[in-house]
Design a protein around this ligand. Structure first.
Ligand SMILES: Cc1cc2nc3c(=O)[nH]c(=O)nc-3n(C[C@H](O)[C@H](O)[C@H](O)COP(=O)(O)OP(=O)(O)OC[C@H]3O[C@@H](n4cnc5c(N)ncnc54)[C@H](O)[C@@H]3O)c2cc1C
Length: 517
């Protein structure tokens, strides 16, 4: 039996138009049979369709939702979008097939639980994965041992648009979404943490803050070249006596005519000695604590600015971490970002962006450790059988699986909020805390699965272990994130601002419920 032709099913003009515009969205369908996919259902598959037009309209809507990225029969597992549509038809839409079924409601509901990647997101994922396999991983161990920052990889990242991935095209970026940024960070850190760190500071902490707070002139001068990957940027917040306690910073900027005179020091700054310019935070009103902080774009080549690499650190040997020194640096007043005294707000906004990339990168570490451990556990034999047959080893693998998937779900929840422009400090903090702890744990477990070989640089597992340690410290230590979450839950602070924007999944907390009433 052939299914009803959807053009006859009373679809409204808009939906019909959308379907026809896409040739029913079936890239593989012959042109002269535009409805092949719906019409080609066999008797068993078509049976539920006899129910009437509402079901078929449901399929049509689902196909639109699914983006119709594959051609293939409904319900076939090899075509996930179709299988999903089929499943949804059976479980969600069928009850709605009655007279007056509320299709719009069903479509809205399905959108909320849509875990599908768009064709563009899949392409980004596949492209960056290939880049990492071909350009990063082959030299990763050697670069790490030699403490070598491979600038050719950074050039490759710039060519792929990763250095401006979420920056709008009008400012030289790739104009992609936050899901794509997360997928990229995961792939990049699967290869090497140093390069994900660059995305964190260059895109997350610096560029996205300029996009939000910088003047048009600053955007043209700095953001554009950054997004195009022509210039690298870093983020100077931490000082020797001010890490978690940002307001304790001692760097000062004193207004003198057309310039601010900058004096002080920043330490533990990723890419300090490589980046052309930095977003630097300094006190313009030392008495006003966090309200006295301002943000400036400072070029490394200016008189009075110097930088040096930090030696003898535990990890990210193939990257760059350093110090910035400012001695009577004359910063043009037009390089003040935002208003005087707005620096703390800018820094907190920056951290919402940077932490997201750190969390996404953590997923890459877990995946790398999981993939490598599975491979090894299937090959390595003890007592006459693969070590993967032992429940204690399986326990480690299972932990990594759970940690990967929970981390990824938290990252995607944050991405979902970001892509909708909703404040997401709480959700990003959760993702960062969880994913970085899980990444370190995965590296620890992966060493255990590999035994002594995991401890050797030859296998590259210990590299993940060393590199996964710093993310638990930077962009808010685990303790700071725990404090934030507990205080939010208790109602002592509102991480997502006074407007009370919260993720739909956050309504468990009494304090949040009270607030939303
Ligand atoms: C590899 C690396 C790269 C970095 N890159 C950058 C960068 O690019 N830009 C930048 O600005 N900074 C950067 N940092 C610095 C980083 O952000 C800080 O190290 C971090 O904010 C913690 O500050 P701290 O090291 O001074 O520790 P402290 O703030 O002194 O904390 C020490 C300990 O006390 C705990 N603690 C502190 N306050 C509290 C509290 N209220 N409640 C409970 N526990 C608390 C902390 O959790 C921690 O365990 C980087 C750090 C590293 C290691």
């Amino acid at each position: 039996m052939s299914a009803p032709n959807p053009t006859l099913l009373g679809l409204d003009g808009h939906r019909k138009g959308a379907l026809l515009e896409r040739g029913l969205g079936l890239p593989g369908a012959p042109v002269d049979e535009p409805h092949l996919d719906l019409a080609g259902l066999d008797g068993v598959e078509a049976e539920p369709l006899r129910g009437g037009a509402a079901d078929v309209r449901g399929i049509a809507a689902l196909q639109l939702l699914a983006g119709e990225d594959e051609a293939g029969p409904l319900g076939d597992d090899r075509f996930p979008a179709k299988a999903r549509a089929w499943n949804a038809l059976e479980h969600d839409l069928e009850p709605l097939a009655d007279e007056g079924a509320n299709l719009a409601h069903a479509v809205r509901r399905l959108r909320l639980v849509d875990f599908e990647l768009t064709p563009e997101q899949r392409e980004v994922q596949a492209t960056v994965r290939q880049f990492v396999d071909e350009r990063v991983l082959p030299n990763a161990i050697e670069n790490d041992i030699n403490h070598h920052l491979d600038m050719s990889v950074i050039e490759g990242m710039a060519e792929l648009g990763l250095l401006g991935i979420v920056i709008p095209e009008e400012y030289g970026g790739a104009g992609m979404d936050f899901v794509s940024e997360a997928l990229s960070c995961e792939e990049i850190e699967r290869g090497e943490a140093a390069f994900r760190t660059l995305i964190s500071v260059h895109v997350g902490l610096n560029s996205l803050s300029l996009l939000r707070y910088a003047s048009e002139e600053q955007k043209q001068r700095y953001l554009g070249p950054q997004a195009r990957g022509e210039k690298l940027a870093c983020f100077g917040l931490t000082e020797p006596a001010a890490g978690s306690d940002v307001a304790a910073m001692r760097t000062t900027a004193v207004r003198e005519g057309d310039v601010y005179v900058l004096n002080g020091q920043k330490n533990w700054i990723s890419y300090a000695s490589v980046a052309e310019h930095a977003l630097v935070f300094a006190k313009t009103d030392p008495e006003a604590k966090h309200k006295g902080i301002s943000a400036f774009i400072v070029e490394r080549s200016w008189p009075g600015v110097s930088a040096q690499e930090t030696e003898h650190k535990l990890g990210v040997w193939a990257g760059s971490t350093g110090e910035l020194f400012f001695e009577n640096v004359e910063v043009p007043a037009e390089n003040l970002v935002g208003e005087e005294g707005q620096g703390f707000e800018i820094a907190m906004y920056s951290l919402d962006q940077g932490r997201f990339t750190v969390a996404a990168g953590g997923c890459g570490v877990i995946r790398a450790c999981l993939e490598r451990s599975v491979e090894y556990a299937r090959e390595r034999e003890t007592f006459g059988r693969p070590i993967g047959k032992n429940q204690f080893v399986q326990d480690m693998i299972a932990e990594m699986v759970l940690d990967y998937e929970t981390s990824k779900l938290l990252v995607m929840q944050a991405a979902w909020l970001k892509d909708r422009g909703v404040r997401n400090t709480r959700e990003t903090s959760l993702a960062k805390w969880h994913a970085t702890e899980c990444a370190f744990k995965a590296a620890h477990l992966a060493i255990q699965v590999h035994g002594a070989y995991g401890y050797s640089a030859e296998y590259g597992i210990e590299r993940y272990f060393r590199n996964a340690r710093a993310p638990i410290i930077y962009e808010g230590t685990t303790q700071i994130h725990k404090m934030m979450q507990a205080e939010h839950a208790l109602g002592y602070r509102n991480l997502n601002g006074r407007d009370g924007d919260v993720s739909p999944m956050a309504s468990w907390a009494p304090a949040l419920l009270a607030r939303s009433r």
